[in-house]
Design a protein around this ligand. Structure first.
Ligand SMILES: *[C@@H]1O[C@H](CO)[C@@H](O)[C@H](O)[C@H]1NC(C)=O
Ligand SMILES: *[C@@H]1O[C@H](CO)[C@@H](O)[C@H](O)[C@H]1NC(C)=O
Ligand SMILES: *[C@@H]1O[C@H](CO)[C@@H](O)[C@H](O)[C@H]1NC(C)=O
Ligand SMILES: *[C@@H]1O[C@H](CO)[C@@H](O)[C@H](O)[C@H]1NC(C)=O
Ligand SMILES: *[C@@H]1O[C@H](CO)[C@@H](O)[C@H](O)[C@H]1NC(C)=O
Ligand SMILES: *[C@@H]1O[C@H](CO)[C@@H](O)[C@H](O)[C@H]1NC(C)=O
Length: 360
């Protein structure tokens, strides 16, 4: 019901001449987790922990909940806007086929690169790739072009490292794997996904690295003894740093191995860390406490009152907050980050998304 409204709204909103023109080529595929999910989890059998299709989610821009884990839009929405394209609905929405000329969004909140990550509650990266494969013939017919000019974007990994903390509720990472083994498996599965898509013709890729995971309000609260001056769970942030180093290295290697492989790597971690450390420098009032949730730092994941804990508070102005809920960012942060991804000064070996998108 709300999805249908959303689509009518978007068609009216974005049916500009430039959008029509750009629709003649295949453009974006989104894979990954809640940073990219625009509502796929609305269509799967999962718990409210992995859903955001109830108020106050969506209050800022859409004025109704769409399934996005934010007060408003998320990163894919802004990227499409910068590319002068209409928003695309989640792949599992029945209207998504009308948008195949622009691309598709397969992302699922809670998903990781490992199948074990929140298994049964999310659409794993492997399943997302399977959905993309299912479209292959249809896409070829629509586009009738020899060269694949689409950009394949990934936001994946956070949940692989976070799920052990969330499941055991302990600051001491205690999984069956050492840090380096876990990172190797996650990067290994991301690499496998890249190679599979490359084999199917993909050439342009974009990636986000991982933010300081231990500083999310939902993780800060598991510190024992409690740390109200704002300590982060160092072991979780360490995993993210190890992942980021391995990702950078692995992408450099793939660029040498894979014919025509081009990529943009966005330093999500750097930009989030700056905002958490110096919120006021970026115009935020609050970098530790979430806008929506309950308890210390509003780190108890109760935003909307439909999850196991029913009590929640919501701030007056999400624009003043870096975190929207215990684990997710506000629309304002996502917008700033998407802008940065699109326009940032390219570093060696990589490019910004705009350049990648416009390249042949
Ligand atoms: C959804 O999941 C629940 C719990 O795992 C299960 O009992 C139920 O049968 C599932 N429903 C469908 C339609 O698959
Ligand atoms: C595909 O790319 C190659 C090399 O970039 C170019 O020469 C060729 O014309 C392109 N083909 C089509 C159909 O765009
Ligand atoms: C997690 O631990 C905290 C404090 O150590 C406790 O207050 C909370 O109830 C625990 N949560 C769960 C789901 O066990
Ligand atoms: C990790 O958990 C297992 C059981 O899940 C337990 O036997 C083991 O002692 C734990 N290790 C540490 C270091 O806490
Ligand atoms: C991918 O992850 C699985 C666990 O889900 C692991 O067994 C496998 O070794 C990983 N693959 C690579 C190439 O690392
Ligand atoms: C709490 O966090 C602050 C900031 O990271 C740190 O300086 C302090 O040592 C921590 N306190 C405790 C009791 O862990």
């Amino acid at each position: 019901m709300s999805m249908a409204l959303f689509l009518i709204f978007c068609i009216l909103c974005f049916a500009s001449p430039s959008a029509q023109k750009a629709e003649s080529k295949l453009l974006f595929f989104f894979f990954g987790d809640s940073i990219f999910d625009v509502g796929n989890n609305n269509y799967i059998n999962t718990s409210t922990l992995d859903k955001a299709n109830f108020p106050p989610y969506g209050q800022t821009y859409f004025h109704f909940p769409t399934g996005r884990f934010s007060d408003g839009r998320v990163i894919p929405d802004f990227i499409l806007e910068y590319a002068k394209l209409p928003l695309i609905p989640p792949y599992l929405d029945s209207s998504s086929s009308r948008y195949y000329k622009i691309g598709a969004n397969f992302a699922s909140a809670g998903a990781g690169a490992l199948v074990e990550t929140f298994q049964g509650s999310v659409i794993s990266l492997q399943t997302q790739l399977g959905y993309h494969k299912r479209l292959e013939k249809r896409l070829k017919k629509i586009h009738a072009i020899a060269n694949n000019t689409a950009v394949y974007l990934f936001s994946i990994g956070s949940n692989d490292y976070m799920s052990p903390y969330l499941i055991t509720n302990s600051t001491h990472f205690n999984a069956s794997y050492s840090n380096s083994h876990l990172v190797r498996m996650v990067i290994g599965n991301i690499t496998t996904a890249i190679k599979e898509l490359h084999q199917r013709g993909a050439r342009k890729f974009g990636f986000l690295n991982l933010g300081p995971l231990g500083c999310q309000p939902g993780l800060r609260i598991i510190l024992n003894p409690p740390n109200d001056s704002g300590g982060c769970v160092g072991s979780a942030s360490l995993l993210a740093r190890l992942h980021n180093q391995a990702l950078t290295k692995s992408l450099k290697k793939l660029a040498k191995q894979l014919n025509g492989f081009k990529y943009a790597l966005y330093d999500f971690s750097h930009d989030l860390e700056r905002r958490l450390k110096h919120p006021s420098r970026y115009g935020y009032k609050q970098g530790k406490t979430a806008c929506c949730g309950t308890g210390r730092f509003r780190g108890t994941f109760s935003c909307g009152g439909k999850r196991p804990v029913k009590e929640y508070q919501v701030c007056e102005n999400p624009k003043e907050y870096v975190f929207w809920d215990s684990y997710h960012l506000t629309e304002r942060v996502y917008k700033e980050m998407a802008h940065q991804m699109w326009n940032q000064q390219p570093t060696t070996g990589t490019s910004n998304l705009k350049t990648l998108f416009e390249s042949p």
